[in-house]
Write a protein that binds this ligand. Structure first.
Ligand code: DGN
Length: 262
């Protein structure tokens, strides 16, 4: 049985890649909702509709676990996704495992950069404070980063200008730790680290999420140890050149992209 992973676009690939690395025997089905990208600008109702439709589709594909590889979908539709799944398979989101780990390991000022819809939900702050109410959490919406990434503007002066503009915001002035609260952002991790030098620790969220998934699959006896040629299948609600380019780079030449409108 495959693991189902979804995001609005290429962002979830940062999580999928880490899952592939830590769980090399697992079949993966990835759904990129490129037709509705970016989620960060959509209403809660729309994000719930997209997320639950994708979840039902992944359940129909017989997925043994669902990974919501999108912060915006987690922040706005986690409860509804859980309802759709109705306990049939585990659901792993990208905010709670990261917030929990950070709240135990970090004891200083934490900054979160994310889409508008994630920041508006306040879920990172709530989730971190649930475990450790002494941590100061500052969240900043950085909506121009996703379009820049989806346009393939890596190592580009426009992206550098956007990063500089956002990270110099006074809200993030005193942080010592930064959470990339959008699964697209690790694609710019080098540029972000370059801005801070050694001053700020940038959390590796995809690694935390993939580890959490591994623990959950193990707990429910769902790990696949004997599958030397795993299958990776990608569904997209709109076939975009950039997705093709980035997914090939991440997963090699053998990936299978299929258009699927839900
Ligand atoms: N990658 C998604 C996230 O983690 O929030 C959002 C990207 C988007 O659709 N704006």
């Amino acid at each position: 049985q495959p693991i189902g992973i979804f995001d609005s676009g290429v962002g979830g690939l940062t999580v999928a890649k880490e899952i592939k690395r830590l769980l090399p025997n697992e079949d993966l089905i990835y759904f990129g909702d490129t037709k509705h990208l970016p989620y960060g600008e959509k209403s809660k109702e729309a994000i719930i509709e997209y997320s639950t439709k994708i979840t039902n589709f992944l359940l129909k594909q017989n997925c043994k676990a669902i990974v919501i590889a999108c912060n915006t979908a987690t922040a706005n539709a986690l409860n509804e996704v859980m309802q759709s799944v109705a306990g049939k398979v585990p659901v792993i989101d990208v905010i709670n495992p990261v917030a929990e780990k950070v709240s135990y390991e970090i004891h200083n000022n934490v900054g979160v950069i994310a889409t508008k819809a994630t920041v508006n939900s306040g879920l990172y702050k709530k989730s971190i404070r649930k475990h450790n109410k002494w941590i100061k959490v500052d969240e900043l919406a950085t909506p121009l980063l996703v379009p820049a990434i989806e346009e393939g503007f890596k190592n580009h002066p426009i992206t550098h200008a956007i990063i500089y503009n956002y990270l110099s915001n006074s809200k993030l002035k005193n942080i010592e730790t930064l959470i990339l609260g959008c699964t697209h952002y690790p694609l710019l991790i080098d540029e972000i680290k370059q801005y801070y030098g050694n001053r700020v620790r940038v959390i590796d969220s995809p690694n935390i999420v993939a580890n959490h998934l591994k623990i959950i699959l193990d707990k429910y006896n769902l790990l696949n140890d004997n599958n030397p040629n795993p299958n990776y299948h990608f569904y997209l609600s709109d076939l975009t050149k950039n997705f093709e380019k980035i997914s090939k780079k991440f997963f090699g030449k053998t990936i299978d992209l299929e258009l699927k409108v839900l």
